[in-house]
Design a protein around this ligand. Sequence first.
Ligand code: KG4
Ligand code: ZN
Length: 372
Amino acid sequence: MGDRLLLAVESSCDESAVALVRGGEVVLVERVASQTAKHAPFGGVIPEVAAREHHAWVPRLLDEVMHEAQRIGVAGDIAGVAVTTGPGLVGSLLVGAGVASGWAWGRSLPLLPVNHLEGHLRAAWLRSDPHALAPTLPAIGLVVSGGHTLLVRIAADGAIERLGGTIDDAAGEAFDKIARLLGLPYPGGAALSALAATLPRGTAVAPLPIADVDGPYDFSFSGVKTAAIRRALAASGQSDRTPGRAATLTRHFAEHPLPKGAAAEIGAATEQAIVGALRAAVARALRAHPECSLIVGGGVAANVPLRTAMAEVASAERRTLVVPPATWCTDNAAMIGAAGEWLLRDRRGEFQDPSLGLDVHAQWRIGSAVPA
Ligand code: KG4
Ligand code: ZN
């Protein structure tokens, strides 16, 4: 059972991905096709374009993965197909679920619906190096991506309890929106972080305010965005201007770009505010759950200051920390294969008959059964 081989398919947002994962840990083959370049001119993901791209790419990647599986002699070992069925863009999810269902039916293989956010958490179990530290349960899990920011507790039996999350923008969304104002291409999180890193070491950065929220594990990032906009307007000599609509602002800053130093300072202040809020909530969660280790996943977990902050918190609280390598932080199918394996092991999920098809869900709260 430890070496069950799952074929995994991911298509919830703007990455098409297919992988073969053994025992929820070892990635035998994986392919990812990112649509970022298609959406970049619009400054965000266009759902119709995303679905069309998945339609072109998911079958192609599936062929490539199976070709490789045959070459390395594991094609006959596949025990089932794990596929993301939510949360995400409905059109995109439908393509992945449809291709996976048809493919599984054609090979008499069972299907397993997987929650994308559980995938981001279970990415921590994927091993590129057999000597790497394996996560332990119970754990506090932080998922920080372009669409989601949430904090959970995973019990020793795999049950997931949601502790809190963002009440407005996701952390990655806040990075991306502010990056766009600073003239950086979409998605701007990594570029904003790189810009912030150009500030000479030790440069004092005036902090941006972070909104208070009621829950100890909740976040609000839309206030950081507004404060960053006001600071950017002030830096371009427009302190009195009301921010107005995003498109108007983006045009204003495209016509009057900020000097690089001012943009870097705003980027650094943004990054510090977001990382600071995540750090404070994770520290609170670890203190309240002294039995828990720490795992972090999602695209924003590729952020170096966030990784450093998490390492510091874990060390201060004497906990083990596992953050996947950056390629398994951003959307991929290997993490869906890992999550699928754990769903089967802890019996929160079970294989389904592919002839029944799969429902997909734009919203799907982590840890809950698939919504009706
Ligand atoms: O998990 P992901 O690939 O897609 C979603 O499920 O949303 O996350 C993408 C997000 C984007 O907002 C992107 O800007 C952000 O992750 N991101 C980063 C970094 N690398 C990716 N944000 C900050 N710093 C980075 N280095
Ligand atoms: Zn994601």
